[in-house]
Each structure stands twice: as structure tokens, then as C-alpha cells.
Write a protein that binds this ligand. Structure first.
Ligand code: P1T
Length: 381
């Protein structure tokens, strides 16, 4: 299956017809346990926290889409992040890009930081800045690319090379790009994290996460933790994500077409100060995005010239739902500073550019003309 093209793998990887019934679509194995012929004599499954056939199909499919050997599915993107950070011992050092999802920052600082993990945040997107932050104790470099919410792009290949020379692992949170637009392992990363809540499931009806890798030892350690800590997705949620993934390619292409049009519209609007979208030539990561991604994705952020208009913008929106999350078929508008990134201290948020004027859009699959009309109305002073 691995030599097949992306859309084929999205529909078939890990999903052969069910061996016992011939069911073409993987069944929802809604069972907590598996009857054994004799103690220890079973068909590969014992207990659904440890392993479940519907989840296994999802894990195999996710691994295939990222060109990885192993996949693990978790109950949320945050649980997937936790499984990776848990690889580190107290006293070890983590280097992270300074702009990450608020919940990721919270886990680094308020959970692992309290247990002795040392974290250095790098403010600069140049690979040299990451090289400077590496120490002999640096076990892991954490990247989001594109970042949430400002869509900054990091040179994954260059940073992975520098990290490897230091014996440091690189993980990329690939949630915004999806495996259709970017494959960090092919660029030299060791691990990829996803919030499957977002584009992979694509329909805003569940919470899930995943980690993939081709490193057997890392996989084994995280599979042990997955079973020990138990943050696994249900068979039903695993099945929904598998169903969502089947249309990932065409959804991403459509999200992107809409995002392109909306970014151009915003750029030409008198009330808009700045548009953050890697598809725009002026975006500092534009060239790099062209090099390491197949497209720029469906997220667009922008700032309003006048912060007094932010409130009325959100109140006037009609089609865009004012909500956290992203990657679903319906369009969402979010105010990162009070919503997804509120957990980051104000000073740090300000330094990053996550200001009260910043608005983040997840461009859904409605007709772009209707979305633009909605924005046009909301932007009327
Ligand atoms: O929400 P959860 O499935 O636990 O995923 C956490 C997560 C991890 N990584 C990135 C890049 C994310 O954006 C998220 C979740 N983000 C939102 C809920 C949001 O609106 O940005």
C-alpha cells in the first residue's frame, strides 16, 4: 500500500475487508474485552485500552499517510503531545518554537515544567537560533509549522539536521498542515503529532490525537505509555476519524481554495492592518512553505487596524461561528488572545504578536463568496 498515492492510502491503508465477515468498511469494534480460547491464547487483542481493531486500522492509516512505520492514536491532541513530552526525564531540556497552541504551552510549563523539565522558547524562526538553544541535555526540539495562530513556517529540514548533530529528537505538530500538505518525517523529523480533532476528522464532532514515528524504540516506549496512562480514543471516534480521512485530500484542496480567496479579500480591505497567510508573497515563510509544503492550508489570521472594532466584528458574523478549534467543514472565527491562547501570559502573548486585534479564521467548505460576504458585513464599521 505504501507505494500508492495519498488519496488511495487515505481510503485503503489499514482497512482491508474485515476477515471474519467481509465487511468492506472497518466495523466499530465496540467491545472492551476479547474472549480468549485459553489464558494468553487470543487473536492479537486482549483489552481495548491496550488495542482495539478499529483503533489499529486508524493507527495504520495515519502512519501510512505520514510515511511512518508506526502510529498511535490518542484521546486528544493534548494527550498525544503528553505522550511525546513524557519521553523526557526530569532535568532534560526541551527547545520549542515560542509560538505554540496555548494548551501545548500549558503542558510544557505548568505540568512538565513543575516536574523538572527545562524548556527554552526560541523567538526566531531561523535555524541558527535553534542551534544556539541546543545544549548537551537537549532531548527534543518541538516545532509547530505552520504555527497556531500566526502561521509562521520553520525550516524543518535544516532544524532536523542541526538537532541530529546534537543527538536531539525533532517533533513537528503537523495539525495545521495535515499529512496531505506536509510530511515532516520525510524532512528529517523523528516524530509527528496531530490533533485529529481538526482536519483529519474534519467534521468537528470529536476530540482525538495521534503520534507517528518510524523509530521502533520511541514507538514502543509511547505504546507502553498509551496503555499505561490509557488516554485512548473510543472505537466509534476511531471509526469517525477513519471516515473523515477518506476525503482529506479533496477537503484540503477546497479549504485552501477558499483560504486563498479570503486572504486576498482581507488584504485589500481598508479596516485590515495585516494578513497572516503563507500563501501570500509578503508572508516571511512564503518561499519556505512552497519548498516544504504542497500548499498553504485553510487557516488565515489577520489584525484589525482598530481594536475597538474587534467586538463588533465577532458579533456581526453570521456564517462564521465564533468558536475555538479548526479544520472542520464549517468556518470558524476565533479570538486567540481570549480563547485558544489565553493560557499564555499576557506579556509573552504580546511579544509573540497575539494581540487583542488578532483574529484567526478556519476557512470551511461553504461557498467562498458567501464567506466573503459574511466578512464584508462584519468588517463594516
Ligand atoms: O484539542 P486537542 O485535540 O487536544 O489538540 C490540541 C492541539 C494540538 N496542537 C495544535 C496545533 C492545536 O491547534 C491543538 C488544539 N487547538 C485548538 C483547539 C485551537 O482552536 O487552536
Amino acid at each position: 500500500m505504501q507505494h500508492k498515492k495519498f488519496a488511495t492510502r487515505a481510503i485503503h491503508a489499514g482497512q482491508e475487508a474485515d476477515p471474519s465477515t467481509g465487511a468492506t468498511i472497518i466495523p466499530i469494534y465496540a467491545t472492551s474485552t476479547f474472549t480468549q480460547e485459553a489464558p494468553g491464547k487470543h487473536k492479537g487483542y486482549e483489552y481495548s485500552r491496550t488495542g482495539n481493531p478499529t483503533r489499529s486500522a486508524l493507527e495504520e492509516c495515519l502512519a501510512s499517510l505520514e510515511g511512518a512505520r508506526y502510529g498511535l492514536a490518542f484521546a486528544s491532541g493534548s494527550a498525544a503531545t503528553d505522550a511525546v513530552v513524557n519521553l523526557l526525564e526530569p532535568g532534560e531540556h526541551l527547545v520549542s518554537c515560542s509560538e505554540v497552541y496555548g494548551g501545548t504551552f500549558r503542558l510544557f510549563s505548568s505540568v512538565y515544567g513543575r516536574r523538572g523539565l527545562r524548556v527554552t522558547y526560541v523567538d526566531d524562526s531561523r535555524p541558527e537560533a535553534f542551534a544556539m538553544a541546543l545544549t548537551p541535555k537537549t532531548r527534543l526540539v518541538w516545532l509547530e509549522s505552520p504555527t497556531n495562530p500566526l502561521l509562521n513556517i520553520f525550516d524543518i529540514q535544516a532544524i532536523a539536521t542541526l538537532a541530529r548533530n546534537n543527538g536531539t529528537l525533532v517533533v513537528v505538530d503537523n495539525t495545521f498542515a495535515t499529512p496531505y500538505l506536509q510530511n515532516p518525517l520525510a524532512l528529517g523529523a523523528d516524530l509527528v503529532v496531530h490533533s485529529t480533532t481538526k482536519y483529519l476528522n474534519g467534521h468537528s464532532d470529536l476530540i482525538g490525537g495521534a503520534v507517528v514515528t518510524s523509530d521502533q524504540a520511541l514507538h514502543k516506549e509511547m505504546a507502553f505509555y498509551q496503555n499505561a496512562a490509557g488516554a485512548v480514543p473510543s472505537p466509534f471516534d476511531s471509526w469517525l476519524i477513519l471516515r473523515g480521512i477518506k476525503t482529506l485530500k479533496i477537503r484540503m484542496e477546497a479549504h485552501q481554495r477558499g483560504a486563498d480567496q479570503i486572504a486576498s479579500f482581507l488584504q485589500n480591505h481598508a479596516s485590515v492592518e495585516k494578513v497572516y497567510y503563507p500563501g501570500l508573497k509578503q508572508h516571511p515563510g512564503h518561499e519556505l512553505a512552497l519548498k516544504q509544503m504542497k500548499g498553504q492550508g485553510g487557516m488565515v489570521s489577520f489584525t484589525l487596524k482598530n481594536s475597538a472594532n474587534v467586538d463588533s466584528f465577532f458579533r456581526k458574523l453570521n456564517l462564521f461561528a465564533v468558536a475555538e478549534s479548526l479544520g472542520g467543514v464549517e468556518s470558524l472565527a476565533c479570538h486567540p488572545c481570549t480563547m485558544t491562547h489565553a493560557t499564555i501570559p499576557e506579556e509573552k502573548r504580546k511579544a509573540l504578536g497575539i494581540t487583542p486585534q488578532l483574529i484567526r479564521l478556519s476557512v470551511g467548505l461553504e461557498d467562498p463568496a458567501d464567506l466573503i460576504e459574511d466578512l464584508q458585513e462584519a468588517l463594516k464599521a
